[in-house]
Design a protein around this ligand. Structure first.
Ligand SMILES: [Ca+2]
Length: 516
């Protein structure tokens, strides 16, 4: 379960501002509460528990009614997170095969982020970053207990409950939270979304190709409601529809209070499924059917926000957990490479952000942004503090979202890891592929004697023209940045100085329907 003691400790040490607030409140000086440091008593107590000091408890007690009022103005957050959807798979990012009018309209009303990255070309590490605001190696979620690239069913490993997730941060500000979809950060009870800050969970715990149909040793693919398996094997044809219904229900029930909806779709990951209304309707087989159903789902959610008159106060992000796979019909064009690669196609994702009250309509930004930025940015937007004694790799991207003139990425460098190996680094428009004797792949034999390559991504988004010879100073600078990451986060056979442990359970058990 969530380590209450650790959370309480971190809450108390959150920041100078936070401590000042507690001091002020303790002295009865409730007029000086900084807006970013409002504490919600119920959730704060729930999370912080018995380890919280008496002073902090007293601090939480007085301003309850005032805070409740202010909380109604906090923005809602929705993250629609596809599984294996490619950079070129939606209309507003260039797809000519898939009809995605709802997502395209969302882009017309909002912002396209065209250099938006996930931190890994595969599910588990990528999702760990969205939840924690950190690179996967920071939290040791870059590989499973056996060194494979993702978690598998009945895994002894999971995201450490001591990590403070984006949901837990929002809980301190009285948000209602739901995770509806594929989790993939641990399938044992102590690792489920309900133990990581989510009030409600509905979905599958790992990938849809990890059921007993694909691997006889696995349990039938389970569908969970909170911590209980309610269907196994799950009927995948109706999953997108059911996720959407659950999402609309959650939004409707929480229209009067701030909420965070994390909607990690199971589709269009292989084996690709679509509902009756969408099956055999697209121009791109089952893959296209699934993408068009996700588009419909997105439109339905946006329409619900409008009908409830909360769309202006709701920030919605649409993106994907990694690039399209090579075989199943998806496209990463114009990027090179596929899922499971440190080429752009594996890790740069289509991203659309809509928030009518704050994000200018019909805009686009090519500054480097990433899923790791969402935790600190949402925290700031919600008036919550981020844990100051814990390294967070993400940056505040509010100026980019709000379309501030000349808003720049705050990332000096972005790091591309494949499992445990650092393979590339980007800084500004430059991307350096490191020279590697053995370049690791997720599966199969490594690529041998991979040479150093430098690309100018502004001029050469497809990574075709190696211009390392012409820019020795740039190569030198990026090699130095790579060295920093190798020391900080580690590399193959090298521990990083600032990594934090994942968590493990002994004797993991399969998630199955309990017999009555
Ligand atoms: Ca994926």
């Amino acid at each position: 379960m969530l380590s209450r003691r650790v959370y309480a400790k971190r809450c108390i040490n959150l920041s100078f501002e936070e401590n000042k607030t507690i001091d002020n409140l303790h002295k009865g000086n409730t007029m000086k509460i900084p807006t970013q440091t409002k504490l919600d008593r119920r959730n704060f107590l729930k999370l912080a528990g018995s380890a919280l000091s008496a002073a902090a408890l007293a601090a939480c007690a007085s301003p309850i009614s005032a805070l409740a009022k202010q909380n109604t103005k906090k923005p809602n957050f929705i993250i629609i997170f596809c599984d294996d959807l490619g950079y070129g798979d939606i209309g507003c990012f260039g797809s000519e095969k898939h009809r995605t009018p709802n997502i395209d309209k969302m882009a017309e009303q909002g912002l396209k982020l065209t250099s938006f990255y996930v931190t890994s070309g595969v599910c588990t590490p990528s999702r760990s970053s969205l939840m924690t605001g950190c690179y996967p190696r920071r939290t040791n979620m870059h590989q499973d207990a056996a060194g494979l690239c993702v978690l598998f069913p009945v895994a002894e490993k999971g995201l450490n409950p001591n990590e403070i997730t984006i949901a837990e941060i929002l809980k301190t500000q009285n948000y209602k939270t739901a995770c509806i979809g594929k989790w993939h950060l641990g399938d044992q009870k102590k690792f489920l979304p309900t133990k990581q800050g989510f009030d409600f969970y509905f979905g599958i715990p790992y990938s849809n190709d990890m059921g007993s149909r694909q691997h006889t040793k696995n349990p039938p693919l389970p569908l969970l409601k909170n911590e209980t398996v309610i269907e196994a094997p799950v009927n995948q044809n109706t999953l997108t529809k059911r996720y959407t219904e659950q999402a609309v229900k959650f939004i409707t029930e929480n229209k009067d209070n701030p909420f965070f909806l994390y909607l990690p779709h199971t589709m269009p990951h292989n084996p690709v499924h679509a509902g009756d209304r969408f099956r055999d309707k697209s121009a791109n087989g089952r893959y296209g059917d699934a993408v068009e159903e996700i588009d419909y789902s997105t439109g339905h959610i946006l329409k619900t926000l409008e009908q409830l008159n909360i769309d202006k106060n709701t920030l919605v992000i649409f993106t994907s957990d990694n690039g399209a796979a090579k075989r199943y019909g998806g496209s990463n064009l114009p990027l090179a490479g596929f899922k499971g690669s440190t080429l752009e196609g594996g890790m740069r994702e289509p991203c659309v952000v809509r928030w009518p009250a704050n994000i200018p309509a019909g805009t686009s930004c090519d500054e480097l942004t990433s899923t790791i930025d969402l935790l600190p940015t949402f925290a700031l937007l919600a008036g919550a503090a981020t844990p100051k004694n814990t390294i967070i790799d993400g940056k505040d991207i509010r100026p980019i979202l709000f379309g501030k003139p000349n808003a720049k990425s705050l990332h000096e460098a972005f790091y591309y890891y494949q499992v445990d190996q650092l393979q590339a680094v980007r800084s500004g428009k430059w991307k350096l592929h490191l020279p590697l004797e053995t370049k690791k792949r997720n599966w199969g034999k490594p690529e041998m004697n991979y040479p150093l390559k430098l690309y100018d991504l502004k001029a050469d988004i497809a990574e075709k023209y190696n211009i390392a010879d012409k820019h020795p100073d740039v190569v030198k600078k990026l090699l130095a940045l790579a060295k920093k990451a190798q020391q900080d986060l580690g590399d193959i056979n090298k521990k990083g100085q600032n990594q934090r442990p994942a968590a493990f359970v002994q004797n993991p058990v399969p998630l199955t329907i309990k017999k009555r």
